[in-house]
Design a protein around this ligand. Structure first.
Ligand code: COA
Length: 575
């Protein structure tokens, strides 16, 4: 690609401030006008273990994480041992000679000392600010003025007192000067565009902002990594917009409270992760049965049980679609990028309200914690939808909350509104809401509930899904969720390096499916490759069952996302 791209990976021990260093660096570089993709991964422990922050900044698009890095900034030996394999042959190792001894055999790679500990000690008398030394050095390599870093250090550590601020500023300056004097051979110049109308957000922040834009009124939650930041953000911001955010004793209670709020007419959301979704499953059935609209954002993390709470995986798809006793209709969506995390949340609310169903939005840890600068959204362009309400003056005696309509959607009053009332229950019920166990009624009511999904599936025909189908190609990639960027970049690489055209389909609504459109895409393809970040190929199985195809499955189950290079290699292997 012709754009100027620089990837720096900073790694060291959790607790040493790797993440703060990376966050400040990415903000400074984004403010400086480069496009960024900033990824982090860290252990579940508060202190110790290996923490890593990777910043990719470019004058061109930055859609995904890169496997091959230009600069490895290793705080210690563990960081060096883990990541030296990812350093390009033309790359540079920056290392603290006190804590890291590189091999003699680094090939053509440069090695340059960055004495983090001793520079920090020299200017501050201690080593706490060593991460700011690293920040200063990296900032200079991105060709950013030191003032950008100083301003952000001020914002970042304002709450920690003057002494901390002063020490961190000294550390920053020392790193910056060291880089200016010692790293001339790797310094680069970037064209910068600092005055763009953009915001820098993580996937979690984009989800929370999307919820505000959608007009969410009630958020009930229980903290769980990696979804907690969504809840924290909304607890702080939602009251400013007249809404309510409440923490409950667990996920079951929070969803139950959400159903209550939905019952009385509020737009409702909760955010959780795999184990929380498991706990919610029975309450979720109640939302389907009582036809209470709500949105559940599930930020997927690695493994079953406690698993890998701070790592990524796309492994809750089957549970989201099928994790129900009885048959409880719900809609499953997956945003394809951080930008999309913002836009798909209002859509999820529209679907929930329009079809009176729970909507599960699947994001994942990598998306949740990756930050990118995105164009500031035009908030006037966001449509909101309120559920169908009964016509004014409907007599209370004849009102049917669960009327058997053609599209399955029936009017839902706010209890007491226009003197109307009804029973919203988990028991099977008749059209009025009264319990009814007759065989005919259960069949008719099941059909009503599923008719809503059919109507929704047909409606999705008009909704965009990412679809790219160059003429004459016989190979296609089908993905979902956060793999979109890596797939897109792999497709570009195949075109540029090998002159190969590969088609790409990336639906945003995963269930119900827009069957005819997917069939139309799959029809001409001889090879269908489905890359997924899980062990068993959950989406691939879903497609097999629906369309009788035999996709080539590419799995990655390592707690870190696909890179475009991995997808490129996987496609090449199959050609
Ligand atoms: N001077 C003063 N304070 C500094 C500093 C500096 N130079 N650099 C960092 N700090 C502070 C940070 O502000 C942060 O403080 P806070 O806790 O008050 O926010 C703290 O030191 C940690 O630094 P940070 O840069 O955020 O993280 P790190 O790179 O050191 O890594 C984590 C620590 C992120 C790995 C760890 O704290 C964590 O959160 N682990 C995950 C826990 C989890 O979610 N487990 C799952 C449970 S199921």
């Amino acid at each position: 690609m012709a754009s100027d791209d620089l990837v720096i990976r900073i790694a060291g021990e959790g607790g040493e401030g790797i993440i703060s260093c990376g966050e400040i660096l990415s903000k400074a570089v984004a403010r400086g006008g480069l496009n960024i993709h900033a990824f982090r991964t860290f252990p579940a422990e508060i202190k110790g273990g290996l923490a890593m922050f990777q910043l990719r900044a470019s004058t061109g698009p930055t859609l995904s994480l890169k496997q091959q890095i230009d600069i490895l900034l290793a705080f210690n030996q563990e960081a060096y041992d883990a990541y030296i394999k990812n350093l390009k042959n033309s790359g540079t190792l920056l290392y603290d000679p006190k804590l890291c001894q590189p091999d003699e055999h680094l090939g053509q790679r440069r090695r340059l000392e960055l004495p983090l500990d001793s520079l920090a000690a020299e200017v501050t008398g201690g080593t706490r600010a060593k991460n700011m030394v690293a920040l200063g050095a990296a900032l200079e390599l991105y060709d950013m003025p030191v003032e950008y870093g100083q301003k952000l250090v001020q914002e970042f550590f304002a709450g920690k007192g003057n002494e901390v601020l002063e020490a961190n500023n000294k550390g920053l300056d020392a790193g910056y000067r060291h880089s200016q004097s010692n790293y001339q051979e790797i310094q680069r110049h970037f064209e910068r565009y600092p005055d763009r109308n953009q915001v820098l957000v993580t996937g979690n922040e984009a989800v929370a902002l999307g919820a505000l834009a959608a007009g969410v009124e009630y958020v009930a939650g229980y903290p769980i990594t990696p979804a907690t930041p969504i809840f924290e953000f909304l607890c702080k911001e939602l009251p400013k917009f007249g809404g309510v955010a409440l923490q409950f004793e667990d996920e079951i209670a929070s969803l139950a409270a959400g159903i209550g709020a939905s019952f009385v007419g509020k737009r409702v959301m909760t955010a959780t992760s795999g184990p929380g979704l498991s706990l919610m499953s029975e309450t979720l059935n109640l939302a389907s049965m009582a036809e209470c609209p709500l949105v559940i954002v599930n930020v997927m993390r690695g493994g079953p049980s406690t698993g890998l709470p701070t790592k990524t995986e796309q492994s809750d798809l089957k549970f989201a679609i099928y994790g129900t006793s009885g048959e409880a209709p719900r809609c499953i969506m997956a945003p394809v990028s951080i930008y999309d995390c913002f836009w798909q949340i209002p859509r999820a609310f529209r679907i929930a309200e329009r079809y009176q169903i729970p909507v599960i939005v699947l994001t994942d840890q990598s998306m949740a914690y990756t930050s990118m600068n995105i164009d500031a959204p035009d908030l006037d362009n966001i449509a909101r939808f309120r559920r169908l309400r009964p016509e004014k003056g409907v007599p209370r005696e004849t009102f049917k909350r669960y009327a058997l309509t053609d599209d399955g959607v029936s009017p839902m009053p706010i209890p007491g509104e226009d003197n109307l009332r009804y029973m919203g229950t988990g028991l099977e019920h008749d059209e009025t809401g009264a319990p009814n166990y007759s065989p005919e009624n259960h069949e008719a009511m099941s059909a009503k509930r599923f008719r809503k999904l059919k109507t929704l599936g047909d409606h999705i025909t008009q909704q965009p899904m990412e679809e790219y189908e160059p003429e004459g190609t016989e190979v296609g990639l089908v993905g979902w969720g956060s793999t979109y960027g890596a797939i897109q970049e792999a497709i570009e690489m195949l075109k540029e390096r090998d002159g190969i055209n590969v088609a790409h389909l990336h639906p945003r609504v995963l269930s119900p499916l827009n069957e005819w459109r997917i069939r139309r895409f799959l029809g001409p393809l001889k090879k269908i490759i489905v890359p997924e970040e899980n062990y068993t190929g959950q989406y691939s199985h879903f497609l097999k069952a629906k369309f009788g195809i035999r996709p080539i499955e590419v799995h990655k189950c390592q707690g870190i996302p696909f890179t475009s290079e991995e997808i490129y290699d996987a496609v090449k292997e199959e050609l």
